[in-house]
Write a protein that binds this ligand. Structure first.
Ligand SMILES: NC(=O)c1ccc[n+]([C@@H]2O[C@H](COP(=O)([O-])OP(=O)(O)OC[C@H]3O[C@@H](n4cnc5c(N)ncnc54)[C@H](O)[C@@H]3O)[C@@H](O)[C@H]2O)c1
Length: 336
């Protein structure tokens, strides 16, 4: 079988980015095996709704599996001839890592190590895995470049993401497992994550509640639309494994047009046609003041540039959010 014909494994397939990646590949006729433990970090109903969309495709198979279930993972790799793996499962979220650090160590370090073992032992030719802009941590250097040291994390989440990159490097060095780490910058869009700004604010806007803004709202983010994040990931997947020695690469994936959180809220409220009142709260530990990627490596190696601006992206998001929340209200009524 040619490597392009074997199914691609996507971990975290019921998650925000995993589901969007799987949808893009399935629409292109690729076979996808997806795994996810469907945990309750946020409402699993949203994960089930994402999966229902993917199940409409014939070439999609789903396994409910935890990354740390080593026998289960080995059996999955034994049953399929995966040549390419896109690893997006993780315990995400900066704030929750203050409350529940153990979850981050389990999924992002122990779980990742099980996955790396499986990839190394079963002949995977390219592992793509999600890292995060948060690895840049305490630094005055802006924009963030892949060559920066990234050794002063501001949260347990960031520390586990950086540890993940180092583990992937070690597996490339020891076993020659080719890998590319994708440092995503604040991804938003339809089917997004309820713990992130777009969805929490949209929820409050629709309900007429004041929006809780942590800090002064002047923090800057490189808000990146989901379609741009998927396009960049697809470009890396299609081009294949990195050629260096060891074959391990890292790329920033983000928009180079950053914006203040207050600007993001102003545009979102406009697109949702809602009035908006803001309640400022103390800034929590772990938050970054600003994130801005140096995007020159993605441009040089893949000709990739993020194209969707905040206004267009938030318009698409607001349209989806209204529909999804009406459906979510209707469904319990239908079941009653
Ligand atoms: N969304 C962003 O802005 C962003 C930014 C930077 C990095 N990332 C990274 O991108 C990846 C995808 O993020 P997302 O926003 O789609 O998050 P998400 O929480 O929506 O998706 C992650 C999925 O992984 C699953 N999962 C978690 N632990 C697991 C385990 N031990 N075994 C099996 N499945 C498990 C969850 O159930 C979830 O469906 C993550 O690695 C995240 O850290 C995301």
């Amino acid at each position: 079988m040619q490597s392009s014909e074997t199914p691609i494994l996507i971990t975290g397939v019921a998650g925000f980015i995993g589901h969007a990646m799987a949808a893009a590949l399935l629409s292109d006729g690729r076979g996808i095996v997806g795994l996810d433990n469907l945990n309750a970090y946020y409402d699993p109903a949203l994960k089930h709704a994402r999966l229902a969309r993917l199940r409409e495709h014939e070439k999609f198979a789903f396994h409910r599996l935890d990354l740390t279930d080593e026998p289960g993972m080995q059996a999955l790799f034994g049953a399929h001839e995966f040549r390419r793996v896109v690893h997006l499962a993780a315990q995400a979220g900066v704030r929750y890592s203050i409350e529940a650090p153990g979850q981050y160590l389990s999924s992002n370090i122990a779980g990742l190590t099980v996955l790396l073992e499986c990839c190394a032992r079963h002949g995977v030719q390219h592992l793509l895995y999600a890292s995060s802009s948060s690895v840049y941590g305490d630094t005055e250097q802006m924009p963030f470049a892949e060559k920066d040291a990234a050794d002063r994390p501001r949260s347990v989440y960031a520390a586990t993401k950086r540890a993940g990159e180092l583990l992937a490097y070690a597996y490339a060095r020891i076993h020659g497992l080719p890998s590319t780490g994708m440092r995503y910058f604040t991804v938003y869009g339809p089917w997004g994550r309820p713990d992130m700004a777009a969805m929490t604010f949209a929820d409050d806007l629709l309900a007429g509640r004041p929006l809780k803004v942590f800090g002064d709202g002047r923090q800057r983010r490189a808000f990146t639309y989901i379609d741009d994040a998927v396009k960049a990931t697809l470009a890396i997947l299609e081009r294949g494994a990195p050629a260096g020695r060891p074959p391990a690469a890292l790329y920033n994936i983000g928009s180079d047009q950053d914006a203040e959180l207050l600007e993001f809220i102003r545009i979102l409220a406009g697109e949702m046609q809602c009035g908006c009142e803001i309640e400022f709260q103390p800034e929590p530990a772990g938050e970054m003041r600003a994130t801005l990627p140096d995007t020159s490596a993605m441009r040089r190696d893949f000709g990739f540039e993020a194209r969707v601006g905040l206004k267009q992206g938030l318009r698409e998001f607001a349209r989806w959010f209204r529909e999804y929340s009406q459906q979510a209200v209707r469904e319990p009524e239908l079941r009653a």
